[in-house]
Design a binder for this molecule. Sequence first.
Ligand code: MCN
Ligand code: MOS
Length: 713
Amino acid sequence: MTSVASTPNTYGGGKILGRPVDRVDGPLKVRGAATYASDVTYPDLTHAALVQSTIAAGTIRRIDAARAAAAPGVIAVITHENTPLLADPPSQPFYPSARFPLKDDRILHHGQHVAIVVAESHEQAVAAARLVTVDYDATALVLGIENPGAAIVRNPWGIEFERGDVTTAVAAAEVLYDQTFRIAAETNSPMGLFATVARWEGDRLVVHESTQWPMMVRRTLATMFGLAEENVRVLAPYVGGGFGAGLRAWPHLMLTALAARVVGRPVKLVLTRPQMFNSVGHRPQTLQRLKLGATRAGRLVAIDHEGISTRGIADDNAEPITLATGAAYSCPNVATHDTQVLLNIPAPCAMRAPGAAEGNFAIESALDELSYQLEIDPIELRLLNYAEVHPQSGLPWSSKALRECFRAGAERFGWAKRDPRIGSMRSGHHLVGYGVAGVTYEWFSSFCQANISIGRDGRARVQSAATDIGTGTYTIAMQVAAELLGVDVSQVDVAIGDSDMPLAPQSGGSGLAISLSGAIENAAANLQRKFDELRGGRIGESYVDILERHGLDELSADGEVTPHPEQASVAPSPAFAAQFAEVHIDADLGLLRVVRIVSAIDGGRILNEKLARSQITGGVVMGIGMTLLEETLFDATGRVANGTFGDYLIPVNADVPDLDVVFVGEPDRFNAIGIKGVGEIGVIGVAAAIANAVFHATGRRFRSLPITIDQLL
Ligand code: MCN
Ligand code: MOS
């Protein structure tokens, strides 16, 4: 179902890059031989369980741990009354950090950890945790995104901006659009339960962690425990998914590391599924007000986009809803506004395409509404407003094939068969709807390092502190190194997921593939240079020959990359997509089926066609969840009311239709290999494409997600 239409590689004629190589870690995972944090064990391992607050706001009046401490097998019960105090974690924009939950007697959300119990066995820890009794002084809790009593933070992380004069342009516009969009909170829900195993070796702390970012965990723990960063080692060779939840150092990690120090033995904590709902983040609930001004001919003259999202009290996460708004379309007057509403809820976090997925739903739904009002084909309307250059800087894009995304996607989808009249298409007694959305996604890359060595056995070894959270990092690192060193993929070993290795950024912001590939490219070039020096002009010598002649066991080189150096002439390009949805709606029952989704993606050079396709289809599945099923509900007490997989609906096989993916475009000019990120983009346009298809089928416009059957009836 997938075709790759990109230009030939600049490296090695494309022998290895782009090829659909199977995941190298696949057999290990299938055999159960990949060691996730929850699989790690030590001979003297102890087990921990958490005690969580049953109120959402107030203080602890009294906490009684005596019965728990006396229970069989219990080694320690740590509460705010007996905890050693830790320093505050570091925090910076886009890298929020969680609060140490035992800092004082304050309760800020339901489910806040109030104690950690350590015992000889898991069962003993869980049983003893139930014996801890807590009396609270509850205060009025603040819930609800529209609660006028809630404190707010304006323009977090400085993402508000204005170009042109929006107020004047809106007032003068021939056509004005003004609507509100609402999206429910959602929970990331990786399959792997997050786990921490912490062990102290004297003053050195070793942590096995479910994380997307070992270096961030290392920095957080080093700061909190007052250690040099080199004295913290974070291991995450395999991670059972994260979808953004693994981008923060969560309270349970801090408590487990602390507990290991208190008991002087290794401690393991594995979160329960309900704890995955209240302890490791969620996509915040959002509200958006969007005004568009346009000419009758369909040219956008003004965009005024306000994003409001929920945030925990004393937390510093922020959802960048309007981040992509200024660059998506050519429009002279754009203003964005961002507000965070502080509530007694567990800290939200990034969830696949944070902010972008929500913002896109509003903009792409609005364009669809305009297309009907102005009687312009939805694709045509988008092309009328195509941003040929970066709308803010006026610089040419480093690559942009969004037009080709629309063309190729429309062709595969059969957009030409669409009858634009609402409710005009039928299949049996089902109403049929076609919808489309455009996507501009500003993926994010960072400084990265890698090391490559080649030994006498002829094997190349790549090392970096990066993670593979199911994305395929092991495999693409192997491919990039093999391509650049001119060896077969079977000759390359990749070791990642260890903070003692060369520094790597997060698997996040769809930026690891580009960051790590750049570092590997640089390391490979440095290594080749070393071999060239030793080769001394001889022809036809292999790496092994050279090592043997010089009596060396191996040769190794470091490499690093800053993927987005300042460049005055080109705007680093986002990834682009056009996504198409067909829905069938039972005219009597309101039952909605997504029948197929076509995603045409410009991800620059695709490193591995099989893995990249899997990234897109995974994203689309999450998009279907966001649109039709997922909703994290907080009840009146601030408790997550549906925090189990029985109650929280995510798409299952029967909800997922035929997913077609096509890659278009060419290698991006901004980096040598030409990659753009694809890890998140698949999710982004799905909600608008489906909602637009629902409108086409029924004439009913949904500006609130999820769209559930009761609303469709
Ligand atoms: N890739 C490619 N060609 C490119 C770019 C990427 O073939 N031009 C493929 C590679 O296999 C690469 C993968 O796509 O490993 C993702 O690359 P990239 O877009 O750089 O994204 P990251 O490596 O930074 O991964 C994080 C991204 C994000 S932000 C979320 S959220 C997410 C996602 O990836 N969470 C995931 N995909 C996920 N997939 C799984 N299975 N589990 C998660 O938790
Ligand atoms: Mo992705 S939400 O940036 O891990």
